[in-house]
Design a protein around this ligand. Structure first.
Ligand SMILES: [Fe+2]
Length: 214
């Protein structure tokens, strides 16, 4: 067999963007976020007995979140630039904290009606330091031959290790979940969604021209 040329095409890649902030950046951001969450905890002392709770989704409007909002929007703009998207503006449409004690997890889900979603990590520990992404191609599960090497070419999900000061962003349609907190330390993360606020007026019209005027 004579071969002139061969190659493997990796088509339709799924991007997950992970950024570890430097300690000098994240320490202040995390201190501010914790102060907001502590305040909420003081106002709602019943939450102390809850294994898992979430804030309302307007956390990004509080001044203590300004540092994180800045990082999220700068990162989102960089992502849009790298994807060469012609957009006018980006905004955070929802942002909330997840507080999970030992044994608590988040089931598999997506974040509808947004372009990007993400999570930022305020408090993690060994055993509570992961997020899992699920293969967005459900048909792949039809035939799953056993593989000798469970590397990146064949799992149905990929777990990413995270730690304090880490920002993870991904397409809002990508199924993800959080494994149970196996540590005795409370896990705190902040989730958010990012969308084009002028999507309907600026980006939804057809890109093609008709053959006639109307
Ligand atoms: Fe999520």
């Amino acid at each position: 067999m004579k071969i002139e040329k061969s190659g493997v095409l990796k088509l339709f890649p799924t991007y997950v963007w992970a950024t570890q902030l430097a300690a000098e950046t994240y320490e202040g951001i995390n201190r501010d976020i914790r102060s907001r969450i502590d305040l909420i905890g003081q106002q709602r002392q019943d939450l102390e007995h809850s294994g898992q709770w979430q804030t309302d989704q307007d956390l990004h409007l509080h001044p203590e979140l300004a540092g994180l909002v800045d990082v999220v929007l700068k990162t989102a703009r960089g992502i849009c630039e790298s994807l060469t998207i012609d957009y006018g503006d980006l905004s955070i449409t929802g942002c909330w904290a997840n507080v999970s004690r030992q044994g608590y997890a988040h089931r598999q889900h997506i974040h509808p009606n947004n372009f990007l979603s993400g999570a930022y990590y305020v408090d993690t520990a060994p055993g509570s330091d992961a997020i899992a992404f699920h293969d967005p191609r459900p048909q792949v599960g039809l035939i799953v031959p056993p593989a000798r090497n469970q590397d990146l070419s064949n799992p149905d999900r990929i777990t990413l290790d995270v730690r304090e000061g880490m920002l993870v962003m991904f397409p809002a349609w990508l199924q993800h979940s959080v494994p149970p907190n196996m540590s005795d330390r409370t896990r705190i993360s902040v989730a958010f969604n990012v969308m084009f606020p002028d999507f309907g007026t600026r980006m939804a019209s057809p890109l093609w021209k008709g053959d006639t005027s109307t």
